[in-house]
Design a protein around this ligand. Sequence first.
Ligand code: COA
Ligand code: MG
Length: 297
Amino acid sequence: MTALRSFLFIPGDSEKKLGKADATGADALILDLEDSVAPSRKAAARELIPSFLKQRPRGTRKSQLWVRVNPLDTDMTLTDLAAIMAGGPDGLMLPKVNGPDCVRIVSHYLDAFEIAAGLPLGSTKILPVATETAPAPFTLGAYADAGLKRLYGLTWGAEDLSSAIRASTNLDPATGQWALTYKIVRSWMLLGAHAAGVEAVDTLYVDFRDPEGLRASCRAARAEGFSGRVAIHPAQVDIINESFAPSEEEIAFARRVVDAFAANPDAGTVGLDGKMLDIPHLKQAQGVLALAQAYHR
Ligand code: COA
Ligand code: MG
C-alpha cells in the first residue's frame, strides 16, 4: 500500500466541518472523538461519525476515513468502538498509548467488532500516538518485535507529553524549535517505526496560517524518513500532499540514476555528475519513481 501523506483532523461533533470533508483532498481524514470534542459533545459525535461513515461505505471513499478514539485509561474506548465500527472505518488513531501492549488490547477489541460488523478480520489499521505519556517513549523500540499486524505506522505528539511531564513549554526558548526532549522522542519514534517496518507520520504544524513554514518543515521531515503528516486545517492538506510526494527535481534525478545503471548493467557502482553511486542509490531512485507513479495516479 502506498503511504498516506496527509491525515486531516476533523472534530467529530462539527457538522459544518464534516460537511467540508469530501472536498479537502486529504489522503485520510481523522474523525475525532477525543480532545477536540468536549465531554458534553461526545455523545453527539458518536452519532455523527457513524452516519458519516455509513454514507461513505468502504470502496467509495475519496479519502480514507480514520477515527481517533478516546484512550484506554478513560474507559471510553469500547463505547467509541461500539458506536463507530458498523461504519467500517479504515483505521483508528489511538492516543496516549503507553506502548505496544495498548495497541494489542485494542487490536483484540477490533477482532470482535469486525466479526460483529461483517468486516474482513484485520482490515482496520491502527496508528498509535506513541509518545504522549511519560512511559511511552521507552517502548518505541518494542513495536519491532510486537507482531502487531494492524499497525499502520507510528506518530507522535508534543502537547500531551509536555502536560504529562508537567512542562510549561515544549519549545527551546533560544531557537523556538522543539526542546531537546521532543527532538529525542521524535527521532526515537522515527527509528521505532522503521525498526517495525511501518510508516513514520510526523506531528501537526500548529500555525495553520504559515504555508511556507509548513512546506519547509514537511520537506525536512520527508528527507528524514517520515512519509506523511497530521493536518489540522484544510489549507494544510495540499502542501502536505505535495511535500511528501517526490518533487520534479527528485524524479528527474532518480531517472538519471536508473538510466546510468541501465547503461552499465554489470556495474555495481557508476559515476554521475562527478559522484559515486552504488546499489543503495539505485534502490533509493527506484523507490522515488515508484512513489511518484503512485501519487500522480
Ligand atoms: N476540517 C474541515 N473543515 C475545517 C477544518 C477542519 N479541520 N478547519 C477549518 N475548517 C473550515 C471552517 O469551518 C471554515 O469554514 P467556513 O469558511 O465555512 O466558515 C473554513 O474551513 C476556514 O476555517 P478558518 O476560519 O480558517 O479556521 P477556524 O478558525 O474556523 O478553525 C481550527 C480553526 C483550528 C479550530 C480548526 O481548523 C479545527 O477545528 N481544526 C481541527 C482541530 C482538531 O481536530 N484538533 C485535534 C487534533 S490536535
Ligand atoms: Mg492530544
